[in-house]
Structure formats: C-alpha cells, structure tokens
Design a protein around this ligand. Sequence first.
Ligand code: MG
Length: 449
Amino acid sequence: MRSVSGVRGIVGTDITPELVTRYARAFGTLMLRDDGGPVVVARDSRASGAMLASAVVSGLRSLGCDVIDCGLVPTPSAQLAVEHHSARGGIVVTASHNPIEWNALKFIGPDGLFLDSESGEALQALVSSGDREAGSNDQGSLAVDDQAADRHLDLILQLPFVDAESVGRRSPLVALDCVRGAGGVIMPALLERLGCEVRVINGETDGEFPRAPEPVAQNLGELCEFVIETGADFGLAVDPDVDRLAIVDETGTAIGEDYTLAFAVEFILSRKHGPVVINLSTSQVVDDAAARFDAPVRRTRVGEANVARAMRQEAAVIGGEGNGGVILPDLHLGRDAPLAAALIASFMVAFDLSVSQVVNRNPKYRIIKDKVSGIGAIEDAYDRLREVYGGATCDTQDGLRLSWDDRWLHVRPSGTEPIVRLIAEAPSEDVALSLIRKAKELMVVSSNS
Ligand code: MG
C-alpha cells in the first residue's frame, strides 16, 4: 500500500528487495536535491528487516549516496541519528505495529521529521516515473553507527525534566513488555539507568511477536498478569519500532494508550508552561490534563508529520497522538516511547501517586471506533452531519470533526482503503455508540438521496 508517508505491505508479495531498492533510489534522488550529508538507514526487529535494509543500502549507494547504517534500533533513535550526523535524510525499515508478516519503509527528512505530504507525493511520483539520477561510478560509502540507541538514551537522561536521582531513591518496580521488537535494545537499559527496578518480558529482539504488536489494551493481557505476578508499581509496553508506549496500572489493568500522553502532558506542564498540540482523534483526557494548567490545546490533522510540524509552528512545549505517541520538542520532534517512559517514571515518583489514582482523579470517557463504506460523495455526507448537529463546533482540517463540551465525533476517509473511519468519544459507551450509529445512518442516507 502506497501513501504519502511511504509504502507498506506483506513481505514477499508486496514488499520485495526490488521495490525497496526502487524507493531507496527515489528517496536518494529526492534528497540529492539538498546538498551533502549521508543517509541514515535503520530497521526494527522483523525477520525480513536485515534483508530489506541491505537492499535499501544498495539502492542508496548505487546513486553515490554515502550511507550510515544504524542497524536494529528504535525509530526515534534513527530520527535522532539523522540530526546527529547532519544527514540529508533517513530510511527506517519498519512496519511499526502491523503484523509480523508485514514490513514497510518510513522516510525521514534532513530535520529529523518524517516527510510532509508534499515531499511524500514527490517521492511517490519519482518511484512511479522511474525517473532517477544516472547510475554513478562513484558508489557511496558505507559506515556503521552502533551508538544511535546509546546516544538517544543519554539525551533522555540529560533532559531537565528527567530526575534520575529522585527516581532512584524511590526505585519503582516496573514491568516491561517489548513485544520482541526494537525496544529490547533501549528500554530495559533506560529504565535501569533511570533508577527503576525492571522486570522484562519479550525483551528479545528477534521479531517473533508473541502477541498482536499494537500496544492497545486488549493486546496487553500477558503484561497485565506479569504486573500482578511481580507486584510492580506499573507496567509499560511499547510497539515494535518503539514510538508508542502504553501503561498498565498497579492492579494489572491496561488503562488505554490515550493516558500515556495525558500523563506526560500533566508532568511537563507542571514544570513548564506553553501550548500543547495533539491530533483531532486524541482523547479528551489530554485536554483535561492541559486544563489543570490552563494550557492552550491546538488540534491538528492525524499523522506524526502533521503534529510535529504544528508543534514547531506553535512553539508547543509538548504534544503527540492519543495512540501512545509522546513528542517533546526539547528532545526532538518525533514520537518517542523511551522518552515517554522516562517522563512517566519521573511523573509517578514526583507526584507520589499510583497510576490508578491519577486515572481516577479525572473524568472518564469511552472511545468507539468504526468504519463505513459505500458513502458516495463525502462532502454531501459532511453537510448532512453539519446540518443535523448545528450546535457542534466544526473542524474541517482532516475530514469532519464535530465537538461538544464533553464529547466529539471525527469522520475521515482512510488514506489507504476505500472506507470512511468514524471515531467518537463520550462520557459513556452508550453515548459514544449512539453518535457513531447516527453518523453512519446519516452518511449512508446522504449517498442514497
Ligand atoms: Mg510504531
């Protein structure tokens, strides 16, 4: 599947060495237009990763691009490596939270941010046209950087918000699940150096995911049991490329990945005032956290690249996505699970509360997600929704988002499938479900009328 953020699919049928070489050459060509610097290559722990990464390396070197291979590291470590090496960009071989048989390429620009949609479209156009620089006699050099994860870890520990001394005094017991992804190379070491006592499951980095790899509550049963078994203060789970973090409370309940950003926002705002940037589908638990400090919240289009750019524009002090992706500009403008883990551990120690106590202080919501197909003209469907929900606040940056004081509905066409996604959040499941049901009715009616 192609999209402006890259290409992903099943290895062997969709994703082949030939295809990724073509993408690597197109990316190298695009980035040659900026001058100088090597291209950083990295991968997660999937079995196909090394094979596909070497195809990426070959494609880049055949153009004369120098390559720095960071090997198996978290995606945020690779983003930081692009900045560290003043590289002209980076390519990460990872399918993030998708199932084990998938792989994909993520493209990083010279600023360490994922390509915006304009550059993504330029890349896809280059791939389609087959247009490329003439083969070069000067093949690019290849260097290995095996320090990317260690540098990343050091930078986190140097942040003014991260207080290893206080964490070390309390030494919370943390149960950690790395799903046999790239988290194993950084998460246990980070938490230990921070002063936590750590118990790890799935810390191997062989890509043999023992469960569905997305860190949503329903996939974290093993970690929930492990928290109870070890008597941990809390549990942490990451996705395979370590840009998303989820929390399990001290009773062994997965609290939902929306709370990761809410906790991080509350902690950072307790230290530093400023705007918060989140995407349109992020839970209101983040607004509630920001409201404690009267911090303005700006919502952007869904997608890390959009959130990161809006954060730069707004000079946000923190931001991210409700899926467990925390972005702290003091470190870099990328979703970063090791960073999130350090902030959560610092928060728990500084506020001296348990995870369930923090959750229970605030209003609770239910989020319901659904999808619908065969809508016809999407603008007509939006009009119908706007007409029926005249009292709602409308946001049309990305599909249509209707919001009220304590609930919202976000409707947007999928970038990769011929469907429309619906997501609703409300104080109760019934209210969220009825928002979704009514919206589906209205959207389907609008296409038939
Ligand atoms: Mg990911």
